[in-house]
Structure formats: structure tokens, C-alpha cells
Design a protein around this ligand. Structure first.
Ligand code: GRF
Length: 206
């Protein structure tokens, strides 16, 4: 492994299809990065199995063995430091990161969310979109700050919402786009093609 390779950590809790998209783009040499560690807060996450299948190091940090979220985050920070991570990608990670993590890795944590933020942050974004009756939704990759899905927006993809859609069909259409968008955003960061001014992200097209 080259010494200056861009090191990623992916934080997961469940299915891991976005993790898989990242793994695949590294395997296909579209993304010049090393996935150093996959960390989960749930033991049986399918994402862990996906990583193991590719020989990627995984760690389950068990929330029940920590007194509170602060202590949990301390352990998380230590682990991430141990691997000298350049970028932390949340991919279906269901815990809110505390101040210590956010501050230690300022501008180095990104997330993917299944709506066009700032619309429909938080849980069940696709259901929120259906219930609201929007005609377009999509996905957003954004920097993580201390709010919920509130950090500076890096990239977005729009998808139509059809009259016949339910939460499931819309989620599927959005997820397909997520799998393109997330590796693309990581690549732009790795290639130093984005700038952050306040809450505005500007980018060179790649
Ligand atoms: C995705 O829809 C992502 O946008 C959201 O959580 C879901 C994770 O799916 N943050 P997966 O675990 O990557 O398949």
C-alpha cells in the first residue's frame, strides 16, 4: 500500500449497500483510496459481512459496554486515530455523533441522506417525501456537523416522484442514485476538488 494513500473509514449500522458501492469503486480503481476500517455499532450488521468478504478490517464497538454516548464516542475517536483516517463516511450509521468526534475530525466526516436536504432530514426521509406530496426527491452527500443532516451540501441527485410511488419504490429509485453519488463525492474530496466556504461547497467538475 502506498504510504500517502487516502485512508477511509466507513461507519455502518445495517444493510451496507452504500458501503458496497464504495468497496466496488475502489476495486474497480475508480476511487484511489484504501478502506482501512469499517466500524459498526450493531453486531449483526450485514455491512460487516460485506466488508469481511472483501478482506476489510471490521470492528464492532458495542454501545452496551459504555456508560454513555460520550464514552462511546471517545472509543470511536481512539479507533479512528489509530488508523490515521483521512475521511470518515457515514453509511447508514444510526448513531448521532457527539461533539468530540465532530471537532476532532472537522470537515473530515461526510454522510449520505436519502432526500434533497434541507428537506426531510432525520429518519424515514423517503416516507416524509411521499407524505408531503413532493414531485421530486433525491439524495444528498453532505459534511457532518453537530445537527441532524444539517451540514454543508457537497453533491445532490434529483429523482422524480411518481403518483404510483410508495415509500418502497421511491427508496429503491433513490438508493440506485446513492450508489453513484457517494463514491463520486469521496473521489472529489480525495482529489482535493472541493472547497468549503462557510456552508457553501464549491467544486471543480470531474
Ligand atoms: C441509505 O438510504 C442512506 O442514504 C441512509 O441510510 C441508508 C443506508 O443504506 N443514510 P445502506 O446501509 O447503505 O444500504
Amino acid at each position: 500500500m502506498p504510504l500517502n494513500i487516502f485512508k477511509l473509514a466507513v461507519l455502518v449500522s445495517g444493510r451496507g449497500s452504500n458501503l458496497q458501492a464504495i468497496i466496488d469503486s475502489i476495486d474497480q480503481e475508480e476511487l484511489d483510496a484504501h478502506l482501512s476500517i469499517v466500524i459498526s455499532n450493531t453486531k449483526d450488521a450485514m455491512a460487516l459481512k460485506r466488508a469481511e468478504k472483501h478482506g476489510i478490517k471490521t470492528i464492532f464497538i458495542d454501545p452496551s459496554t459504555y456508560l454513555n454516548s460520550k464514552e462511546y464516542d471517545k472509543a470511536l475517536v481512539l479507533k479512528l486515530k489509530e488508523f490515521s483516517i483521512d475521511l470518515i463516511c457515514l453509511a447508514g450509521y444510526m448513531r448521532v455523533l457527539g461533539e468530540e468526534v465532530i471537532q476532532t475530525f472537522e470537515k473530515k466526516i461526510i454522510n449520505i441522506h436519502p432526500s434533497l436536504l434541507p428537506a426531510f432530514p432525520g429518519l424515514n426521509a423517503q416516507k416524509q417525501a411521499i407524505n408531503h406530496g413532493v414531485k421530486f426527491s433525491g439524495c444528498t452527500v453532505h459534511f457532518v456537523d453537530s445537527g441532524v443532516d444539517s451540514g454543508p451540501i457537497i453533491l445532490q441527485t434529483v429523482v422524480p416522484v411518481y403518483d404510483s410511488d410508495d415509500e418502497k419504490s421511491l427508496s429503491k429509485r433513490i438508493l440506485e442514485q446513492e450508489h453513484y453519488l457517494y463514491p463520486k463525492a469521496i473521489k472529489m474530496i480525495q482529489e482535493n476538488k472541493i472547497r468549503l466556504n462557510g456552508r457553501t461547497v464549491t467544486s471543480k467538475i470531474i
